[in-house]
Write a protein that binds this ligand. Structure first.
Ligand code: NAP
Length: 292
């Protein structure tokens, strides 16, 4: 069994980004600039956004964190997005989700200029992804594709089973791995909460991607020998032995399942760090105007 070590790989990729940024600045260009809009004060969102800002500093990016109150109207938020769309000094920006219930997230995502949509959630980018055209990939799927590519995981002709069909992970993963590309060329099965007898599918998987948010959902008897497992799930599980009173758990029973795997991502230290570095890679693409 080999670990797909996202922590280590993201460290290497961040070093490569920093080298490119240093060169850009040496040559007289300005550093890439990522902006984030945070609405309200959701604890988890706050942690994620602060982490993204810290990563920007590590690779030499400029960053802007704009906080808006929980009570902000949809109109005011869209006006702010339009200001960021027009601001030449901002290469890419994100609106941290989830948003308060009175704001329609779809309308917000549509308002972002797709050329600055470094989260890859705009329908133009999703459509281009499906058509195998240049686009910003959503950060988590992009990170998973890099793990598969850089660890030379063979995907062509394999049966990939994806569990979970969210717009940000499961559905894009099912599209990416079924495309005629590398990694890709899999035969893909997409499972969700209405799938009957899910073990029947997971046991047939050569590559199993799990993104549902249920700790230890995948057990050893649900997978075959030699399977490649990507565990996307992150759930806070109460644990009084830890400083913060909880630990992070994936969707896979790592202890029971890992002996059967050829490759597996740990939680934490697998997909999570690759997600953040992918956002930085998208911002670098934006600064270089690679997406039109
Ligand atoms: P989500 O929006 O929470 O949706 C969960 C998906 O799982 C849905 O498609 C749901 O099916 C499916 N599901 C729920 N119970 C199921 C069951 N018993 N059997 C089969 N499928 C079931 O998904 P998400 O946003 O992708 O998040 C999933 C997990 O990944 C969470 O733990 C999240 O924190 C984590 N995550 C991690 C990263 C990272 O960077 N590591 C990034 C994003 C998300 P239906 O569609 O039928 O409801």
């Amino acid at each position: 069994m080999q670990l797909l070590n996202g922590k280590e790989l993201s460290r290497i990729l961040k070093g490569e980004i920093k080298t490119k940024v240093d060169k850009m600045v040496e040559n007289g260009a300005r550093a890439p600039h990522l902006a984030a809009i945070l609405v309200g004060s959701n604890g988890a969102s706050e942690t994620y956004v602060n982490h993204k800002v810290k990563m920007c500093q590590e690779v030499g990016f400029e960053s802007t964190l704009l906080r808006m109150p929980e009570t902000v109207s949809e109109k005011e938020l869209i006006e702010q997005i339009e200001r960021f769309n027009k601001a030449d000094f901002i290469d890419g920006f994100i609106v941290q989700l989830p948003l308060p219930r009175h704001i329609n997230a779809d309308r917000i995502l549509h308002a972002i200029d797709h050329r600055k949509d470094v989260d890859g959630f705009h329908p133009v980018n999703i459509g281009r992804m499906a058509l195998n055209q240049a686009c910003y990939l959503p950060a988590t799927p992009y990170g998973i594709m890099q793990l598969l590519e850089l660890y030379n995981v063979d995907t062509s002709g394999k049966h990939c089973v994806v569990v979970g069909r969210s717009n940000i992970v499961g559905t894009p993963m099912s599209i990416l791995l079924s495309r005629n590309s590398s990694p890709g060329n899999c035969t893909v099965t997409l499972c969700h909460s209405r799938t009957q007898n899910i073990e029947k599918f997971t046991r047939e998987a050569d590559i199993l991607i799990v993104a549902l948010g249920k700790p230890n959902f995948i057990r050893a008897n649900m997978v075959k020998e030699g399977v490649v497992i990507i565990d996307v799930g992150i759930t806070r599980v109460p644990d009084s032995t830890r400083k913060w009173g909880y630990r992070l758990a994936g969707d896979v029973d790592f202890e029971g399942v890992s002996p059967k795997c050829s490759f597996i991502t740990p939680v934490p230290g697998g997909v999570g760090p690759m997600t953040v570095v992918s956002l930085l890679l998208n911002t670098l693409k934006a600064a270089n105007k690679e997406i039109y």
